[in-house]
Design a protein around this ligand. Structure first.
Ligand code: UDP
Ligand code: MG
Length: 336
């Protein structure tokens, strides 16, 4: 889509971040300049309903060489927005970060250095994490779960969005058609050399986190069901165990009833044993069928993950979707 070559693309998903955008742009631009390289900042508006899209558009007009806006037609979620940013990006290296300044842009240089020295994926580990106890706990759970689900290379901190990718890894990610992919997990599979480096972390000072309790639970559930058939396998194992217990119970009932003819509560225990065996076998069969369906499901989800209605790089349909802005309006704080 986009041909002007850059060394570094900084991809930032944006959802209702109007309060953070001016400072984000100012700090990211000056951090980028410090790197003394040709860079672009790609802001992907994920269907915001505040003034974010408008601010991005004004900034992109003002600094067309540095700032690129991408506008999704509606709210597709953070990961889809990052994938859209990858598609728009032109850099030999791509770094992702959040728009709320929890990832200080001043840390970009560390990631670029690691990418330049040959690492294909550069993760980061948040030092002095500035999040609530619940968020830290939930991150621990995700990190543990993903490490269990992954074979091969893993990361310590899957939740830190400040991450760098070499172009071939980005190209490989873009070729994956499946929905709901967990970017760092896939990227680790495509990378030959990976590293994680410590970075600073800041509190969100403006706007609200987009991840409440239920969204986090849904995300973890998606991650588990989208990447693994482990829950179905558990059902199968439970079914087989129940059936085995039924058989053992049936044997015990038979032996006791032979030893004492009055024992056995008129065959009720024997009936229980048969019930256990049937219930167990049914669960095991359900789990097995489910596992086949699960595999088909994992392979067949080829719906588009997002739809880019327009970017600031070309004249297209976004004019119809986005709010009109004054010609030549200046972006409040940026200094690119
Ligand atoms: N975000 C997005 N789409 C969404 C939710 C979030 O693009 O549906 C962006 C958001 O604007 C921010 C980043 O993803 O740049 C991380 O969101 P947030 O800070 O709310 O997540 P948290 O830090 O609480 O995990
Ligand atoms: Mg945040």
């Amino acid at each position: 889509m986009n041909t002007g070559k850059k060394e570094l693309s900084i991809v930032i998903p944006v959802y209702n971040e109007e309060e953070n955008l001016p400072e984000l742009l100012r700090r990211t631009c000056s951090a980028g300049k410090e790197l003394q390289t040709d860079f672009e900042i790609i802001l992907v508006d994920d269907g915001s309903f505040d003034r974010s899209a408008e601010l991005i558009r004004v900034a992109a007009r003002e600094f067309p060489d540095r700032i690129v806006g991408g506008f999704l037609s509606s709210n597709f979620g953070q990961h889809a927005a990052v994938m859209a940013g990858f598609e728009i990006s032109r850099g030999s290296y791509v770094v992702t970060m959040d728009a709320d300044l929890q990832n200080p842009p001043e840390e970009l240089g560390k990631l670029l250095d690691a990418l330049r020295s040959g690492y294909d994926v550069v993760g980061s580990i948040r030092q002095n994490r500035r999040d609530t106890f619940f968020r830290r706990l939930s991150s621990k759970l995700v990190n543990h779960m993903v490490r269990k689900l992954c074979r091969g290379k893993t990361m310590q901190d899957y939740g830190c969005m400040l991450r760098g990718y070499a172009r071939p890894v980005v190209a490989a990610l873009l070729k994956c058609p499946e929905q709901g992919k967990f970017i760092p997990m896939l990227a680790m599979a495509f990378a030959r050399k990976t590293i994680e480096i410590p970075v600073r972390h800041a509190e969100r000072t403006r706007g609200k986190s987009k991840y409440g309790f239920w969204k986090l639970v849904a995300l973890q559930y998606d991650l588990l069901t989208g990447t693994s058939v482990f829950p179905l396998r558990l059902l199968t194992i439970f079914g087989f165990l129940l059936a085995a217990f039924g058989i053992l119970f049936g044997c015990a009932v038979f032996i006791f009833s032979q030893l004492d003819k009055d024992w056995g509560a008129e065959g009720i225990f024997a009936l229980f044993a048969v019930q256990f065996v049937f219930a167990g076998m049914t669960l095991a069969a359900l789990g097995l069928i489910g596992e086949y369906i699960g595999k088909i499901h994992l392979n067949a989800r080829a719906r588009p993950q997002y739809f880019i209605a327009g970017t600031t790089l070309e004249k297209s349909g976004e004019d119809a979707i986005l709010p009109k802005m004054e010609q030549g309006g200046r972006n409040e704080n940026s200094d690119c």
